[in-house]
Ligand binder design. Structure first.
Ligand code: GLN
Length: 491
């Protein structure tokens, strides 16, 4: 599939219709889904309807938005009115939202064409998309490997060009890590920049919706469309949203030399040597482009992981209390009384990882342990934030690997949650601090698996991330490579 801008040009020049473009995406989905399993549901009819509306507008000579007629995937934890939203959980198997999330509402208004809802780890808890109650998504670069998670369906769909762009959500890395594993661009915006209204809550102080694209420009166009204040979300920021496309300049120099800090603590033990070499080369490239490179220290970065695994499960245990067989989703029929019904419904509806987190969180919040765990974690969270603030006194943007390894084999870590959790080492501190973070493709390992460079910005300085990302992308060939996916028709 072409880029948003190319497709937009084709549409307004009437070279192709939105229906044709949508059909191209739907055909590709049909061809590749037997291998990839990126989508939990494909909304072909609604998509073609939406495309027809765009075509009618063009025929009537009306102006259309850049996103009009562009096929998009939506992670299945964002509410879509009248379209089943499962969060990849059995407990929401039959949940059809009566309302639309703010982000999908905005995309609809722009004329974007949703082609389906993408797979995820159940309630966005995981790093491989293997915790979905329905299917395991494959990595398009090697279908025996995971696409990362929890937004693995969105990342895989974009990498495989089953859609042009997609939305994911990121609580501790769920956009950036799958972007890295699938060789696409993924951004987690500043906490509060994008409305969470209609996003099924996992850990509310961390959850943030963000865009995936194959290029920095596509990603910026999508962020432009979804960012902005929303009175329906109490944590939404009332700020002026810049046009992120203005930040895309091929040169890093014109606005004065940008200062980039390399986080010292993210190198060394646990980091795959190929990832380390690739990231080092990427940093050299940034220097060649005119950036001033500094080495900075975030000494408390390494406490991010244990801190997150107290805070996120604590919030999850509270958020997931609402699934009780009464208000949403399934209800186990053969219960003796109300309590029994709650218990049986939750036992049948939640998967192992979700139950593990609910137990961890309930424990950390219990009267005797609250101070020792939850309160302590909140204090450490503040220290981690301070580390970033100190680093940002010296530099504009921070860089480090997105993930310590490339995509691992499906099944490799499912029995060992701790090793799965360790994969989020580099992304979690950014979430705890509420900062914007982005993963961009920066090379491949010896097996041809993509590697991601993480860029971290100051609060609300997404523009600087786009600036660095675009200059880097335009001077490197990584975004031009596509995965060759074997299918029945293409063995
Ligand atoms: N992998 C992390 C977890 O399992 C992050 C998930 C996310 O960002 N939603 O919690």
């Amino acid at each position: 599939m072409a880029s948003i801008r190319e497709l937009h040009t084709q549409l307004i020049c009437k070279e192709r219709s939105a229906v044709e473009i949508t059909q191209e995406a739907l055909d590709r989905i049909q061809l590749l889904e037997p291998q990839l399993h990126s989508f939990l549901c494909v909304t072909a009819e609604q998509a073609l309807d939406q495309a027809r509306q765009v075509d009618a507008k063009i025929a009537a000579g009306e102006e259309i938005d850049l996103l009009a007629g562009i096929p998009i995937g939506i992670k299945d934890n964002m509410c879509t009115k009248g379209i089943r939203t499962t969060c990849a959980s059995k407990i929401l198997e039959n949940f059809v939202p009566p309302y639309e999330s703010t982000v999908t509402q905005k995309l609809k208004a722009a004329g974007a064409v949703m082609v389906g809802k993408t797979n995820l780890d159940e309630f966005a808890m995981g790093s491989s998309t293997e915790n979905s109650a329905y299917q395991v998504t494959a990595n398009p670069w090697d279908v025996s490997r995971v696409p990362g998670g929890s937004s693995g369906g969105s990342a895989s769909a974009v990498a495989a060009q089953e859609c042009v762009v997609a939305l994911g959500s990121d609580t501790g890395g769920s956009i950036r890590q799958p972007a890295s594993f699938c060789g696409v661009v993924g951004m987690k915006p500043t906490y509060g920049l994008v409305s969470r209204y209609g996003l099924v809550a996992f850990a509310s102080s961390l959850d943030q919706i963000g865009p995936f694209g194959r290029t920095v420009e596509d990603t910026a166009i999508l962020l432009n469309a979804i960012a902005g204040y929303d009175p329906n979300d109490a944590t939404s920021l009332k700020v002026q949203i810049p046009d992120y496309l203005k930040a895309l300049q091929p040169d890093l120099q014109p606005r004065g030399r940008i200062k980039i800090g390399v986080i010292k603590e993210t190198f060394g033990e646990g980091l795959d040597p190929v990832v380390e070499q690739t990231i080092t080369k990427a940093i050299d490239q940034l220097q060649t482009l005119g950036a001033e490179i500094h080495v900075v220290s975030c000494p408390r970065f390494r406490y991010g992981l244990p801190t997150y695994y107290i805070i996120a499960p604590s919030e999850a245990s509270a958020n997931l209390a609402r699934y009780d067989g009464v208000k949403y989703g399934i209800r186990v029929p053969d219960a003796e009384n109300l309590l029994d019904m709650y218990k049986k419904t939750r036992a049948a509806g939640f998967g192992a990882e979700v139950k593990r987190r609910i137990m961890l969180g309930t424990y950390a919040l219990s009267a005797g342990y609250y101070d020792a765990y939850y309160l302590k974690a909140q204090k450490v969270r503040t220290l981690i934030k301070q580390d970033f603030e100190n680093a940002f006194k010296q530099v504009d943007v921070l860089v480090c690997p997105t993930a310590p390894t490339t995509a691992f084999k499906a099944g490799e870590k499912t029995e060992d949650p701790l090793s799965m959790y360790l994969g989020d080492l580099m992304t979690i501190p950014v979430s705890l601090a509420g900062l914007p973070g982005m993963s961009i493709p920066c090379g491949f390992d010896e097996s041809g698996l993509p590697i991601g460079l993480q860029l971290i910005g100051k609060v609300l300085r997404e523009d600087q991330l786009f600036q660095v990302a675009y200059a880097y992308e335009q001077s490197t060939p990584w975004h031009l490579r596509s995965p060759q996916i074997k299918s029945a028709a293409n063995p």
